[in-house]
Design a protein around this ligand. Structure first.
Ligand code: NBY
Length: 834
């Protein structure tokens, strides 16, 4: 283990930052870690030395916080999530310690540039997209608000893959983020747990006449936790993100002559090696992989065991567990926690089913993040029962009792077909375990992540469950942390905001509304546009360095960054670029305001149309960017390897925020909020949280287009719509679509983009076509884009709208979201350090 020894200080809250001490500790760390002095150390070594110096400061506060929790014994939330998309820690920790500027100065005095040091840190990319980043924002808000919380997750050896673009195609490269060691983590072997897989369950009756269930013939894995400090902003609080690593239970004996044992030992060792190897890179898509279910049970079993043991260290009555502990399940991925808690309570603490059920149903709460059918987790019972035999028994019993409840409730209700209800609502049906159903049946709260999304859950997707348990359903509109996405990501704008309205916004974002009075102020408008320009220069530099493409920071920066998915409709965006290019070619005299279309997106490794869309974007970029006839008026850039770190640079530089999902499909979106906070104007559909963004900022300060969610749902209920009609009647659309199959963008292989073409048109009348309403919304999108251009030409008015976007973003802080979870679901008390 690397170790740094630095004289530690008392909590930052009370103490001023001691620059000289900090400089000495960096020098000392470089010396002890690498036997070098500052001049000899390379950038990575300096990063490590600085991080260890900062960690020592954090550890002080960490101990104090945990001591206070120990003493006050508050109720705790365990945020259970397969994903925590943390990004980099160093800069964020400095921000939250309120030490960013002093540290930057101290390093400058040593001849070092903090920005370059920050760039040495690999992103902790233990998540796919919105869901994982939401978990990270929530941890930041929980610590900042002073709520006792644990994040529980998996320490994947390889996080989200690195994306390289070769010949326009996405290539996935393993993300070896732990390669140089991780200075902020702490291995906690003393809290290791054993997790059991497979085998069979045997039942016997003990001396008290109780049925005792034991799992036998299983394989086990040792779960070893690593703790990450989660630093609250300026309050001395440090919470814990606990992520589990896997180790073999014991080194298997090479001298074992028992063949059976030898085989088993090898298998056990392989299980430990494989289980936390890699994050599944699918977002909004359930793949049904056995190893994925193993990952889920692995971290859940360890986390549940730890939560129960921790509770029992202080309490003697397990019946009141829920008074001190609540589990928030981040989507259905951790839902096996329900059955695992039941198992521990019954098998380890000998509670009856009824007692265990009472505790479990008062402990577990579930957040839904999608209505996309292909994202719903349904495990085949064959797999589920083979891997988790005892857990499966418990799920069966939950299901049996729930079906009795349905029968009891609906048997005598006229007009209700009870069998139909059971078919739709059962937890086990058709040979599958439906995880969402279990989460709703056993949870005390079910929430959606934006108002529209929650309404759709109540009235469509989960209608039957809402009818049965209306009191469980509630909305918690997502939010983002302004500490990372404004204070750290956009220091120029952050300083400007503070200069105008003070710095309360850092922990009380609604205060930022005081900016409204400056929206009409010419000087403020100019300052704002100047900051935006500088941020565009910063992004242009990044693009030149990383993509080799030159872009003009005076052009409109029109940005779509998010996971690549058909429902998010990057295809609509690039088809529109193709259309604009056609227009410019046909009418060279057109008065066209220069525009840079910026994309950033990872596609799931096995998602064919998503990957082909990346190739299309890059192919269009090749043609358009190199056509002298259009005089650089359109530039298309695909930013390689979109991640949390480059996102920070991208949001700060955006003029236009593309939020163009098919209405009803994007549960909330959170990128939309990050753009708004940085003063970009939303070009979007009435979907997810866009609805609430427009409500806050006013429709006149955004560009809204397309079908409404209800219209989309109506079409879907009547078998879709006919895209051929549009293809046959709209010559602009027709031309663009033909260019997908006539080699315009793939001269060597004109058929290359045929699958995209086919996804839009049902020429064969076989598969459904344009299920995401791209052609249906095309015209309305193109019109909205025209309005964007016209609006941008009026610079003062644009600046006014942009300032109003910043000023009206107060609702979208994750501090507000977390406060609502606390008030309406978790009921936690704040802990204040004295
Ligand atoms: O969660 C996203 C939603 O699409 C977005 O609208 C919302 O703002 C965000 C936070 O609430 N969902 C998401 O990111 N989902 C996943 O990443 C995901 C990952 C894995 C699987 C399913 C969904 N899986 O089944 O493996």
């Amino acid at each position: 283990m690397k170790k740094s020894v630095v004289a530690s200080e008392k909590p930052v809250k009370a103490k001023e930052f001691d620059k000289e001490l900090f400089k000495r500790s960096v020098e000392y760390n470089v010396r002890t870690l690498y036997r070098k002095n500052l001049e000899e150390a390379d950038a990575q070594q300096i990063f490590q030395a600085v991080s260890y110096a900062i960690k020592d400061r954090i550890v002080e506060n960490w101990m104090e916080t945990q001591k206070a929790y120990e003493k006050e014994d508050p109720k705790m939330v365990y945020y259970m999530s397969m994903e925590f998309l943390m990004g980099r820690a160093l800069g964020n920790n400095l921000i939250n310690l309120k030490a960013y500027k002093p540290v930057a100065e101290a390093l400058e005095e040593l001849g070092l540039d903090l920005n370059l040091i920050e760039d040495q840190e690999p992103d902790a990319a233990l998540g796919n997209g919105g869901l994982g980043r939401l978990a990270a924002c929530f941890l930041d808000s929980l610590a900042t608000l002073g709520y006792p919380a644990y994040g529980c997750g998996i320490r994947y050896r390889y996080g989200m893959f690195k994306q390289e673009i070769r010949d326009g195609y996405q290539v996935e490269v393993p993300d070896n983020w732990l390669m140089n060691g991780n200075p902020f983590e702490l291995r906690r072997p003393e809290y290791a747990k054993i997790v059991k897989f497979g085998g069979y369950v045997s039942v016997h009756t003990d001396e008290n006449g109780r049925n005792v269930f034991t799992q036998e013939g299983y394989q086990s894995v040792k779960a070893v936790p690593f703790d990450f400090p989660i630093v609250g902003y300026g309050n001395g609080i440090v919470n814990t993100l606990r992520i589990w690593d896997a180790e073999p239970v014991e080194c298997f004996q090479l001298d074992s002559f028992d063949k059976g044992d030898y085989q088993k030992a090898v298998e056990q060792e392989n299980l430990a090696r494989n289980i936390v190897e890699v994050l599944y890179p699918n977002d909004n898509h359930y793949a049904g992989k056995e190893l994925r279910l193993k990952q889920q049970y692995f971290f859940i079993s360890a986390s549940v065991q730890e939560a129960v043991e921790k509770y029992m260290r202080k309490h003697d009555d397990i019946h009141k567990f829920y008074e001190k502990v609540t589990f928030q399940l981040n989507d259905t991925h951790p839902t096996v926690a329900i059955a695992e808690l039941m198992r521990v309570l019954m098998d380890d603490y000998y509670l009856t089913w009824e007692e265990a059920w009472e505790i479990t149903t008062k402990t577990c709460a579930y957040t839904n993040h999608t209505i996309m059918a292909e994202a719903l987790e349904k495990w085949p019972i064959e797999l589920f029962s083979r891997l988790l035999p005892r857990i499966y028994q418990i799920v069966e019993e939950i299901n049996r009792r729930f079906i009795l409840d349905i029968q009891q409730k609906y048997s005598n209700v006229p007009g209700v077909d009870v069998q139909e209800k059971i078919r739709k609502m059962a937890i086990i049906y058709d040979g599958q375990v439906k995880m969402a159903h279990m989460a709703i049946v056993a949870g005390y709260s079910v929430n959606g992540v934006a108002r529209l999304h929650t309404e759709i859950l109540k009235t469509q997707e989960l209608k039957d469950f809402y009818e049965m348990f209306p009191e469980r359903f509630n909305n918690k509109t997502n939010g983002i942390t302004q500490r990372r996405f404004l204070l750290h990501a956009n220091p120029l704008l952050a300083d400007w905001v503070t200069a105008h309205v003070g710095d309360d916004w850092i922990t009380d974002l609604p205060q930022i509304s005081r900016l409204k009075v400056y929206a009409d102020d010419k000087k403020a408008q100019q300052e704002f546009m100047n900051i935006k320009y500088q941020n565009k220069v910063r992004l242009a530099k990044y693009i030149l360095e990383h993509n080799g493409i030159e872009v003009d920071p005076r052009s409109i920066f029109d940005v779509q960054v998010k996971r690549l998915h058909e429902y998010k409709r990057q295809l609509l965006n690039i088809l529109h670029v193709m259309y604009l290019y056609n227009e410019l070619k046909e009418h060279p005299e057109l008065d066209f305001y220069p525009r840079t279309f910026i994309f950033g997106a990872k596609a799931a490794a096995g998602y064919r149309n998503a990957k082909l869309t990346i190739k299309l974007i890059n192919s269009v970029a090749d043609v358009v960017n190199n056509d002298p006839a259009i005089n650089g008026k359109i530039k298309v850039v695909f930013i390689e390897n979109y991640n949390v770190s480059n996102a920070e640079i991208i949001f700060a530089a955006a003029d236009v925020s593309e939020q163009i999902s098919t209405a009803s499909k994007e549960a909330s979106g959170t990128g939309n909020m990050k753009f708004m906070l940085n003063g970009a104007l939303t070009l979007g559909t009435m979907d997810g949280a866009n609805v609430e963004i427009v409500e806050e900022v006013g429709e006149e300060n955004a560009f809204i287009f397309g079908l409404s969610a209800q219209e989309v749902i109506n079409y879907e209920n009547h078998g879709g719509y006919d895209p051929m009609e549009i293809f046959n009647n709209d010559q602009d659309v027709r031309k663009v679509l033909m260019q997908l199959i006539n080699g315009t963008y793939a001269p060597g292989d004109p058929e290359l983009f045929r699958p995209l073409y086919n996804s839009l048109l049902n020429t064969q009348c076989t598969a459904k076509a344009d299920t995401y309403f791209i052609l249906k919304d095309f015209k309305s999108y193109a019109e909205a884009q025209k309005k964007v251009e016209a609006a941008y030409r009026d610079e003062d008015n644009w600046a006014k709208s942009a300032i109003l976007n910043v000023a009206c973003s107060g609702k979208f802080t994750s501090d507000r979201t977390i406060q609502q979870y606390v008030d309406e679901i978790w009921h936690l008390d704040k802990v204040v350090l004295k």
